[in-house]
Design a protein. Structure first.
Lengths: 308, 381, 273
């Protein structure tokens, strides 16, 4: 009997060890940091190392923690509401991310659709070609657009040469450059889920629709688009959520009046050295994104259940 | 309720009738529930050593679940399973002397045929020389001597099935479980393999438990068949007993083809029962006693081949007049779908004993049907 | 079916891919520019490649980046594969939703949040920033990507192979290493490559979590871009692009060849009696 228990115990222990390793890692390196961010957001900035007060000295035990908690305040959050910059940045970020996601969808859908309809022997190659730019550096590709979009850049040179315009278009350092940059960088994230959904679609459904008197363009809107909705949602989440907090693209391609929260946070942290305010900015950003993130995870779960 | 077999049947292997024999596999009040759904319902059954035992039933009847519990991949919610006197409770599949041949064969695609067969032996730490001997023996057994180095994707379906068989026999398990092993094979190959399996089982003296939905397969290979439905065993008997002596309408209808008529018990005696088939309007004797009382309604089941069909009215105690509605010509037999004068449908079949292409009985012919005392069976539930 | 939509399909694909590749092509072309300007062509020259090879800071940064990418990808692959196992095989357990959330969240989380939170963690535990903190940060988000990739492989995996192995006497852990792992290896390797690329490419998280002496290549490129740019950067970028392209092409050719020989074997076997 005791041997049975020992063996059963060993098997259970093995199972928990396997679960435990990645779990513990993520708890420590993902979850705990968020708690720390919250804690810092409630702290005061100071010129010291580290540049915030209070600091918790765990060696002093529980009293130090209680002490610190009593010093917490929502000052930083109030500060965020007082200065226009912040809430404007949040709104602007959501707006820019939203518009970019829409453009990405409009650009990516025909591409994904074309790929899904291509002869099947070409499809793996096409998929590889879509993924390839993604493997090359993100930073590099954004940088390449600077050369194209600036006033003396290639796009303007080309358009001037064609005679389409007389003066160079001012694109760089405006919101439009940011849109182009986001669409360009995140395109694979939209195309791949869309392609996966479109490819799995049963073509005989469209044939049935045509057989019943439905013209192809109508069948597209009434059958193809609704059936590709999971792909549209997945792609949109994969573009929108990170785009809200995007830093590199607005920094390199956007102008001084391109307000995005990622840039604001960076400046707050590196230039103003104000860790507590940066943390508060991060917490609010996270709260804004919680809803889309949870929706995204639910959608992923549902799709997995269906595939099973 | 066990029915007496009709006539003397010679059996040389029937440990289930021998009170001295100890059961080899025992399911004791085994129940398996998945959430709200009960897959196996308080099932008790014994299986003897060297038996070829078949679990037969439609999808969802619980036969696969039962087998997987014996293999160790599912744990009974209630009840216990015993093998050779020892309980299997808490014993994981890799510690059971039971091996399974999977329906999909489950050959390891990244290993050669020889490595697949040797896999189980390697887990037991058998010395290398012995392993290669045993693998060679298994390859000879399934006639794949030249295929040792090939990988599974380089084999045809029939060859993969033999490798799966060889792999599951390599460890000489006490019990071999076969999960619909022949489902993927074409008819001719399936028939040949059925006989090969039977020979193998007898020569090696192993206990086989086969799960199948194919009644012909079960009837061909098995010593005993257990017909299952909704998690329970309805009847366990030898193939002839199951076919000729079904214990319920379900089993009668499940195995083979049968006509069932609701009949009233007119008289009972020590030698048999007299029934009145209400819809057919005839009275006849059945050489079987029943526990039902006079006046009760029972089912009378008679298989098509037991009904005699003739164009001329025979001199018998009773006849049923019918018209041939449809004929199914199957080569070896012809099945006549007949309608009686009051629209009762009957199926009768006749062996085609001559090579005539033009058969004497044709569509719309009037025929006379009758049968003997021991042709049909009384079904109570 | 394809009538009418055909020309539209071809156009969409051509336009789409042109959009994707044009910037890269331009980048590569201008890496051979004689003049200092990045957008005006002055003639063909390979001098920027020579300068790049003499730029010690740049090469140091590249070396750091490679080391970080390699180590973090490898650790991330191990952790991520275990994570995938947990999600795909361990069924329901207490705390599963939290675990699943922690795996999926980093995939969409903005880099600035991840970077900031990890830096604050390192400060809180008094850990000096440098190579190892960047590596730990990259491992953390890398493992989530690996877990998602490997999990999709495991979900489609034929469980009866694992059952057959256990039926033949192989305990679960051994079954994983002998049967499951070899067969999901392509997925695991794809996960490694993904984690490697993401690490190679990361700017924001590295900026937050790095320390003196551990400047990564993206950080170097970024600072150069802000200061003023010469085609030397183009040269660096071109090298990276070429390396990646060659790698991806080789990988896909290898897979194609294996698929082809496999199909051929199957066809031969089916033809045999």
């Amino acid at each position: 009997m005791s041997r049975f228990l020992a063996r059963a115990g060993k098997r259970l222990a093995g199972r928990w060890a396997v679960i435990g390793i990645p779990y513990a890692w993520l708890l420590f390196f993902f979850l705990v940091p968020f708690l720390i961010v919250i804690k810092i957001s409630l702290s005061e900035v100071t010129i010291a190392i580290p540049p915030y007060l209070p600091t918790i000295d765990l060696a002093e035990g529980w009293s130090s923690i209680r002490d610190a908690i009593s010093q917490f305040s929502f000052e930083n959050y109030i500060w965020l509401t007082e200065d226009d910059l912040y809430w404007k940045s949040y709104l602007s970020s959501i707006q820019i991310a939203g518009i970019s996601t829409l453009i990405t969808l409009l650009v990516g859908y025909p591409l994904a659709y074309g790929m899904a309809r291509a002869p099947s022997q070409w499809r793996p190659t096409l998929v590889m070609l879509v993924i390839l730019p993604f493997w090359t550096s993100f930073l590099i590709r954004v940088y390449a657009w600077i050369g194209i979009l600036k006033n003396e850049g290639l796009l303007n040179q080309f358009l001037l040469w064609l005679g389409v315009i007389d003066d160079p278009l001012i694109i760089l350092n405006t919101n439009w450059a940011v849109y182009i940059g986001i669409v360009y960088s995140y395109l694979p994230f939209m195309v791949l889920p869309l392609y996966a959904t479109l490819e799995k679609m049963d073509h005989s459904l469209l044939e049935a629709a045509e057989d019943l008197g439905c013209p192809p363009w109508k069948a597209f809107w009434q059958i193809t688009v609704p059936l590709s909705l999971p792909g549209i949602l997945a792609g949109s989440f994969l573009v929108f959520i990170p785009a809200v907090g995007e830093f590199v693209i607005p920094d390199l391609l956007g102008g001084s009046n391109t307000l995005m929260i990622g840039k604001t946070l960076w400046v707050e942290f590196f230039s103003n050295r104000d860790w507590p305010v940066s943390s508060a900015v991060a917490v609010i950003l996270l709260l804004i994104l919680v809803v889309p993130i949870v929706l995204f995870q639910n959608q992923q779960q549902k799709m997995q259940e269906r595939d099973k | 309720m066990a029915k007496k077999p009709i006539g003397p049947i010679r059996r040389t292997f029937a440990p289930w009738d021998d009170p001295e024999q100890r059961p080899f596999i025992e399911f004791r009040n085994v129940t398996k529930r998945f959430g709200d759904f009960t897959a196996v319902d308080n099932l008790s059954q014994t299986i003897y050593e060297r038996e070829f035992f078949a679990l037969l039933g439609g999808s969802g009847c619980g036969k696969t679940t039962l087998m997987r519990m014996l293999a160790g991949f599912e744990t009974p919610t209630e009840g216990e399973i015993f093998l050779d006197g020892k309980s299997l409770k808490g014993v994981p599949p890799y510690h059971r002397p039971v091996n399974m041949m999977f329906q999909s064969y489950a050959l390891f695609p990244h290993m050669s045929v020889a490595d697949n067969i040797a896999f189980g032996l390697k887990q037991d730490g058998v010395p290398k020389s012995e392993i290669s001997e045993r693998v060679a023996e298994m390859l000879r057994l399934v006639k794949l001597e030249a295929f040792g180095k090939r990988k599974p994707h380089q084999l045809s379906g029939g060859q993969r099935q033999r490798v799966a068989l060889a792999r599951s026999l390599a460890k000489r398990p006490k019990v071999l479980l076969l999960d619909e092993p022949l489902a993927a094979l074409d008819k001719k190959l399936r028939e040949d393999t059925q006989f090969e399996l039977m020979d193998l089982q007898m020569d090696m003296g192993l206990t086989f438990l086969i799960v199948t939905h194919d009644q012909e397969e079960a009837m061909t290979v098995a010593d005993r068949i257990a017909v299952m439905d909704s998690g329970r065993i309805i009847q366990v008997a030898t193939p002839p007993e199951i076919y000729e002596g079904p214990n319920s309408r379900f089993v009668a209808d499940f195995i083979g083809d049968i006509n069932i008529f609701e009949s009233k018990v007119v008289a009972k005696s020590a030698e048999g029962t007299r029934l009145h088939a209400t819809d057919l309007g005839v009275e006849f004797d059945v050489g079987q006693t029943t526990a039902a009382n006079v006046g009760d309604t029972v089912g009378f089941g008679i298989r098509p081949e037991k009904i005699s069909v003739s164009l001329d009215k025979p001199e018998k105690d009773f006849v049923v007049e019918a018209e041939v509605w449809d004929i199914g010509y199957l080569g070896d037999i012809s099945t006549f779908h007949c309608h009686t004068m009051n629209e009762v449908a009957l199926r009768a079949s006749v062996a085609n004993v001559t090579r005539l292409v033009e058969r004497p009985i044709a569509w719309d012919d009037k025929v006379w049907l009758t049968w003997g005392r021991d042709a049909g069976v009384i079904l109570v539930d | 079916m394809n009538r009418g939509a055909s020309w539209f399909n071809v156009t969409s694909i051509v336009v789409g891919f042109a959009f994707l590749y044009l910037p890269i092509v331009i980048l590569v072309i201008f890496s051979f520019n004689e003049s200092r300007l990045v957008t005006v062509w002055g003639g063909f020259s390979t001098k920027w490649y020579v300068e790049m090879l003499h730029n010690k800071q740049l090469l140091d940064a590249a070396w750091v980046t490679l080391r970080v990418a390699f180590t973090s990808a490898t650790v991330a692959t191990v952790l991520g594969t275990i994570g995938a196992l947990v999600l795909a095989r361990m069924g329901r357990f207490r705390g599963r939703s939290l675990f699943s959330g922690m795996i999926y969240a980093p995939l969409v989380m903005p880099d600035v949040i991840l970077g900031l939170s990890l830096l604050l963690l390192f400060v809180a535990i008094n850990q000096d920033r440098g190579f190892w903190t960047v590596m730990l940060a990259h491992t953390t988000f890398g493992m989530c990507y690996v877990a998602v990739v490997v999990q999709s492989r495991l979900v489609g995996f034929d469980r009866s192979l694992e059952e057959a192995a256990m039926d033949l006497g192989c305990p679960p852990v051994k079954t994983f290493f002998l049967i499951t792992l070899p067969l999901i290896l392509p997925g695991v390797l794809a996960g490694w490559m993904l984690a490697f690329t993401l690490s190679l490419d990361d700017l924001v998280i590295a900026s937050f979590t790095t320390g003196p002496g551990a400047t990564t290549l993206p950080m170097k490129i970024y600072s150069q871009v802000r200061l003023g740019v010469t085609p030397e950067i183009n040269a660096v970028c071109t090298i990276l692009v070429v390396l990646v392209t060659v790698g991806v092409i080789v990988a896909s050719l290898v897979t194609k060849r294996r698929e082809f020989s496999r199909l051929r074997d199957e066809r031969m076997a089916a033809a045999a009696p």
